[in-house]
Design a protein around this ligand. Structure first.
Ligand code: 2AM
Length: 179
């Protein structure tokens, strides 16, 4: 099973982001926009994990995440990966003003490294992927009217990603409540 840890968003934030997708779609073509319910912040992508490893992953995550408090993130500006000249991913950033997210992500990464999941080589860039370009394209990220919207974070979800011809299905496998 293909697994990843993520933060999900309250409905009002999802609605705002769909409005941003719609605005952005006026200036960029050939984008596969992420469905409203599927917009998430990936904390850690594990890739293929055997079903027998699932319980050690959830036990380790429960131990690590259960020590972290709830926190608030703030919606930031738009950006693209990897470069504006050859963009593939269109995203919106999240600001971690008090460092809670960074500490939680590092702790999760460390406890999963202890189970043998390699640490990411690239620095963690908190973002919400809004769309994926079908081929690399030059994109200047727009300036959206509303930023700094508060995003309360109360839990972390371990998802299974099931790839289908109609796009990925994200099935929650476990939820870890923050203090
Ligand atoms: P992203 O869109 O925020 O970059 C589930 O597949 C999620 O895991 C994706 O939405 C993606 O998050 C993230 N992810 C990170 N590395 C990945 C990889 N190598 N393959 C697929 N997804 C990956």
């Amino acid at each position: 099973m293909r697994l990843f840890f993520a933060l999900t968003l309250p409905p009002d934030v999802q609605t705002e982001l769909v409005a941003w997708q719609s605005m952005w779609s006026r200036t960029v073509n050939n984008v596969k926009w992420v469905e409203k319910a599927n917009i998430h912040l990936t904390l850690k992508f594990l890739g293929e994990v055997s079903p027998s490893q699932l319980s050690s992953v959830t036990t380790a995550a429960h131990k690590a995440l259960g020590k972290h408090s709830r926190f608030t993130l703030y919606i930031g500006g738009a950006g693209v990966f990897p470069y504006p000249q050859r963009a593939r991913i269109l995203w919106v950033g999240l600001k971690d003003r008090n460092g809670y997210l960074t500490r939680l992500q590092q702790h999760l990464e460390q406890c999963l490294a202890d189970l043998g999941f390699p640490c990411n080589t690239k620095p963690f860039t908190p973002h919400l992927t809004l769309g994926r370009l079908r081929r690399p394209t030059a994109v200047i990220p727009p300036v959206f009217p509303v930023i700094n919207k508060a995003v309360p974070i109360d839990n972390v979800v371990l998802y299974e990603s099931i790839l289908t011809p109609n796009g990925p299905l994200y099935r929650p496998q476990a939820t870890f409540d923050l203090l």
